[in-house]
Design a protein. Structure first.
Length: 482
């Protein structure tokens, strides 16, 4: 039984799961591989399949030195199956089976539930690659272009991670699910991706940075909850994915931060103090701060929908079964079974938004969403330091959780960014002021022109403080070829 410390980097599929000795699964993955490459070439980054990209590839699973950087053509990227090392004597950390040895095989009674969790997680990974496939054409620098591609290849690897679990533990059903993961397409009329936010467009780079900040962070929360799983292979898989996910958060957070910084600097240089002097600010070729706030409103509200219904039997069942825990379950100090416990859930009842205590098991989606909001707020606070540093009188804030929702308690009402309830007519008018308008999007689109010279940056975004892998400022992160 491979314990995860040995990495085989020689075969077609780099792995630390002993694929060489596991002929059945190796064969299944090798059969799936050509379809994956076809998918990547069709739906992956458009126009850069021949380019040499300075990418990191996972070559280990320890906390140090797990990645190496080198120039790679993306279709030749070494997508591997890597699990965090097995923890000796690990037990199921929560739910009805708490304290029993962690499962190394799928528990029969939970097979369907587990498969569903893997497929939903797996479906998001290729979806984001599809959503971002046109962005290469308008990258604001080679540095940003490379970061986009890094995120893309790692989302591809996350798909591999889920497909491995499906192929290894679910036989024929798993094979069919693995094929369906390559068949669905983001935004497709007939066979869309499974979750709403993954069918939206990512038309420009501000959208990309917002997506990686807000929506990849949902991914981080879901992976963190699955990393607690009593099904040990899933736990180990997700623990390793989280090391990669940290970079996606970084790309989003610093991306928006650099946009804000550039705008503030341009305003200062032009002697503009009023952030709402939009025409003059836009004339400087930078994105005005109120538009950045509107984009944040949109991406935050779309992402909240990914947490599902606030009160959910599925979430309770997955927890009871020991399959999906809470965020940082291992650091919580209650009974890890939530017997008799309650959790306050924000509900929409009788025309009012009110907190109500519900059984904690039923409120687990709400709890994960609350943890997400806290994590998001910390990132927003770091954005806001730019205003303090540059002396611009503005703050980015998160809208109320009831704002612009399509799923859950607040899908049946209209709420302003501060949570004030609005009539349909009031909402129709107000939503134009707090969500990006057609005009806002056209303005952002007008700034999206590619910058390909090493070390140069588009005028609407500040350069990063340090290069990737400590490379110098004029490093050529992507070499166009072909
Ligand atoms: Fe991912
Ligand atoms: Fe991600």
């Amino acid at each position: 039984m491979p314990d995860g410390s040995q990495i085989d980097y020689d075969g077609l599929i780099p792995n630390n799961v002993g694929l060489n000795e596991d002929l059945r699964v190796r064969k299944a993955l090798e059969v799936w591989h050509p379809g994956y490459i076809d998918w990547w070439k069709q739906m992956g980054p458009e126009g850069f399949q021949e380019s040499l990209v300075y990418l990191r590839t996972a070559v280990g699973v320890g906390s140090e030195g797990w990645a190496k950087f080198d120039f790679v053509r993306m279709p030749e990227y070494r997508w591997g199956v890597l699990l965090a090392p097995q923890v000796e004597g690990r037990t199921i950390p929560f739910g009805a089976h708490k304290g029993e040895p962690a499962w190394q095989e799928v528990p029969g009674e939970y097979r369907a539930m587990l498969r569903r969790l893997l497929v939903i997680q797996g479906d998001t990974e290729p979806a984001s690659v599809e959503q971002q496939r046109h962005l290469g054409a308008t990258a604001p620098s080679l540095y940003d272009l490379r970061n986009l591609f890094q995120v893309n290849v790692e989302e591809g690897r996350h798909l591999w991670a889920m497909v491995y679990l499906l192929q290894k533990y679910f036989g024929r059903d798993g094979r069919e699910e693995a094929n369906d993961l390559l068949r669905r397409r983001s935004g497709d009329q007939d066979s869309p991706r499974m979750l709403g936010a993954f069918n939206e467009r990512t038309p420009d780079w501000l959208s990309f940075f917002m997506f990686t900040f807000f929506t990849d962070r949902d991914g981080k929360m879901q992976l963190a909850a699955l990393a607690q799983s009593g099904f040990d292979p899933l736990s180990r898989t997700c623990r390793f994915m989280l090391t990669e996910e940290a970079h996606h958060m970084f790309v989003g957070e610093t991306g928006v931060q650099r946009v804000i910084q550039r705008t503030c600097e341009a305003m200062k240089a032009a002697g503009i103090d009023d952030p709402y002097d939009i025409e003059r600010i836009r004339a400087l070729g930078v994105i005005d701060l109120p538009t950045i706030q509107k984009k944040a409103n949109l991406h935050f509200s779309l992402t909240l929908d990914l947490f599902g219904n606030e009160i959910s039997t599925n979430a309770a069942n997955a927890f009871n079964a020991g399959l999906k825990g809470r965020y940082r379950e291992d650091r919580l100090t209650d009974d890890h079974q939530l017997l008799g416990a309650v959790y306050p859930v924000l509900r929409f009842n009788n025309g009012l938004i009110q907190s109500e205590d519900v059984p904690a098991l039923s409120g687990l989606n709400m709890r994960l969403r609350d943890d997400y909001v806290v994590d998001t707020e910390a990132g927003i606070a770091r954005w806001n330091r730019v205003f303090e540093r540059t002396g611009v009188d503005f703050r980015i804030t998160l809208p109320h959780v009831a704002f612009n929702r399509r799923i859950g308690e607040f899908s049946g009402c209209h709420a302003d960014t501060d949570g004030t309830l609005l009539t349909a007519d009031q909402w129709a008018k107000r939503s134009k002021e707090v969500l990006p308008s057609v005009e806002d999007n056209l303005f952002i689109a007008s700034l999206m022109a590619p910058v390909r010279e090493p070390g140069a940056y588009a005028g609407w975004i500040a350069p990063p403080r340090i290069g990737i892998d400590n490379m110098p400022g004029d490093f050529e992160y992507v070499r166009m070829e072909g």
